[in-house]
Design a binder for this molecule. Structure first.
Ligand code: HAM
Length: 422
C-alpha cells in the first residue's frame, strides 16, 4: 500500500516553506513590538474545553472536531482553535497573579474536519494573539490595529475589515428573544439546520450560508439594535479610536462569528479574491470566557489569522517576499587527506556563523565548483594538499570570477569582512 498524506493536510516544503517562515518572522517581530510573548499549548485537549467555550450548537463542535477516546476512555480533541487553550493555560498557570494584563501570541496547527477545498484544510495553521486582563476599548482598537499592521507589512492592499458588536451577555439574551419572535413567521422557510438552531441557539442562524435563509437574515433585526448603553459606548469608543489610527472598517451588523464565546466587538478581515472562504483573519472580545472556566471576571480580546489563507491572498495580489539569505561558502576538496582537514574548516566556519557547504559524494573539484554555483555560493575555498602545506588557501570569488590566496589564520576575518550575514 502506498502511504500518502491524509486528505486536507499538506507537507510544507521548499520553496513554499520560505514564504511561511517569512510571514512567521514578520509577525513575531510585530508581536514583540506590541508587547506580546509567545505561548505554546498542547495540540490535544480534553473535549469539554471546546464544547464549553466554542459552544455545543456551533458547526465546529457539532461537525468539525477530531475527537477520539484515549486508552482510559477519556474524550480527547485535536484543538480546532487556540483561544480556549490559551484561556485554560492562563488559568492553569495562574497568570493573573503575575500581571493584570497578559498578552500572548501563538503560531501553530489547528484541526477541523471540514470538506477540503482551496483555503479550507483539515490541518491548517493559525497565527493569533490573545490579550487577557482589560475591558477597555483601547485593547480592542490596539488588537485590530495590530492585525491591520500585519497586513500592511505584508503588502496586502485589498483586504476589507468587517466590524460589529454583539453586546454583553444580557444584551445577547435580550436579542435572542427578539430574534425568536422575528423568526417565528419564517420558521417553515428556514433550512433543516436553522430549524434546530432556532431551538438551541438562534444567534447561529445569522451565520447560515443557505441562500433561502440569507434572504430571511437580511431582514432581521441586528444585535447592535439591542445593546445596552455601556456596550454602545464601548463600541463607539472602539470606532473612534480606529478612526484616529486611520484604520478603515465597514460596520457589518449581521456579523456574529462561528464561535459562541464572543461578547461586544467582533471582526473579520476578508479578501475579495479568495472566493467563499474569504476570511483571512477573525476575532473579537470574549469577556465571559475566563470566568466561565471558573476564573476571575476579566475582559479579553484576540484574533487569529489563517496562515494558508494569508498566503493565498498574498499570491492573489502577486506580492513577492524579501528573501533574507546569508551569503554562503563552499569548502571544496581534492582528495581524502585534504577532505579530513577541510572538514575542520567547515566546522570553524559554522562556529563563526558562516553558512557553509561541503561535498559528501566524492565529487571531482570541477563538479564541486558546479555545485557551488548551483547553491549560489559567494565563495569557494579550495583546500588542497599544497595549500595546506603552504598554510595558504585559495579563495575563489564566484561572482567576480577572481581568486586570491589567503593565509589560513586570516580566513575567517577575510570572509567576515566580505560576506553579508543578514
Ligand atoms: P475562526 O474564525 O474560527 O476564529 O478562525 C480564524 C481564521 O482561521 C479564519 O479567519 C481562517 O482564516 C482560518 N481558518 C479557519 N478554519 C480554517 C480551515 N479549515 N482551513 C484554513 N483556514 C481556516 C478562531 O479560530 C478564533 N479562535 C479567533 C480568535 C482569537 N478570537 C479571539 N481570539
Amino acid at each position: 500500500m502506498k502511504i500518502q498524506s491524509i486528505k486536507g493536510t499538506s507537507d510544507i516544503i521548499v520553496p513554499e516553506i520560505k514564504k511561511w517562515q517569512y510571514i512567521e518572522e514578520l509577525t513575531r517581530e510585530l508581536f514583540k513590538i506590541y508587547g506580546y510573548q509567545e505561548i505554546r499549548t498542547p495540540i490535544i485537549e480534553h473535549t469539554e474545553l471546546f464544547t464549553k467555550s466554542i459552544g455545543q450548537s456551533t458547526d465546529i463542535v457539532k461537525k468539525e472536531m477530531f475527537t477520539f477516546k484515549d486508552r482510559a476512555s477519556r474524550s480527547i480533541t485535536l484543538r480546532p482553535e487556540e483561544t480556549a487553550s490559551v484561556a485554560r493555560a492562563y488559568l492553569e498557570s495562574k497568570m493573573y497573579k503575575k500581571s493584570k494584563l497578559v498578552k500572548l501570541y501563538y503560531i501553530g496547527p489547528m484541526f477541523r474536519s471540514e470538506k477540503p477545498q482551496a483555503g479550507r484544510m483539515r490541518q491548517f495553521h493559525q497565527i493569533g494573539v490573545e490579550a487577557i486582563g482589560s475591558y477597555e476599548a483601547y485593547l480592542d482598537a490596539e488588537i485590530i490595529d495590530l492585525m491591520q499592521e500585519i497586513v500592511n507589512e505584508i503588502g496586502l492592499k485589498k483586504t476589507k475589515l468587517l466590524l460589529n458588536t454583539l453586546g454583553c451577555l444580557k444584551d445577547r439574551l435580550r436579542y435572542k428573544e427578539v430574534l425568536k419572535s422575528s423568526l417565528n413567521k419564517d420558521l417553515k422557510r428556514l433550512c433543516k439546520d436553522c430549524k434546530v438552531r432556532f431551538k438551541v441557539n438562534p444567534l447561529r442562524i445569522l451565520d447560515c450560508k443557505n441562500p433561502q435563509c440569507q434572504k430571511i437574515i437580511e431582514k432581521l433585526p441586528t444585535p447592535s439594535d439591542y445593546i445596552c448603553s455601556e456596550c454602545k459606548e464601548h463600541f463607539d469608543k472602539v470606532k473612534d479610536l480606529l478612526d484616529n489610527l486611520g484604520v478603515n472598517y465597514t460596520f457589518h451588523p449581521h456579523l456574529v462569528r462561528g464561535l459562541d464565546y464572543y461578547t461586544k466587538t467582533t471582526f473579520e478581515l476578508i479578501h475579495p479574491d479568495l472566493g467563499a472562504k474569504n476570511a483571512i483573519c477573525a476575532g473579537g472580545r470574549y469577556d465571559n470566557l475566563i470566568s466561565s472556566f471558573g476564573g476571575p471576571e476579566i475582559g479579553a480580546c484576540g484574533f487569529a489569522f489563517g496562515l494558508e489563507r494569508l498566503l493565498l491572498a498574498k499570491e492573489a495580489e502577486k506580492i513577492g517576499f524579501r528573501e533574507k539569505e546569508k551569503d554562503a561558502v563552499y569548502v571544496a576538496t581534492v582528495n581524502e587527506t585534504s577532505k579530513t582537514e577541510a572538514f575542520k574548516f567547515l566546522k570553524e566556519l559554522r562556529t563563526n556563523h558562516i553558512k557553509a557547504y561541503f561535498d559528501y559524494e566524492g565529487k571531482s573539484l570541477k563538479a564541486q565548483m558546479r555545485q557551488a554555483n548551483k547553491l549560489n555560493c559567494k565563495y569557494v575555498i579550495v583546500v588542497g594538499e599544497d595549500e595546506l602545506r603552504k598554510k595558504r588557501l585559495v579563495l575563489k570569488d564566484m561572482q567576480a570570477h577572481s581568486q586570491q590566496e589567503v593565509n589560513i589564520k586570516d580566513l575567517i576575518s577575510t570572509l567576515n569582512k566580505n560576506l553579508s550575514k543578514v
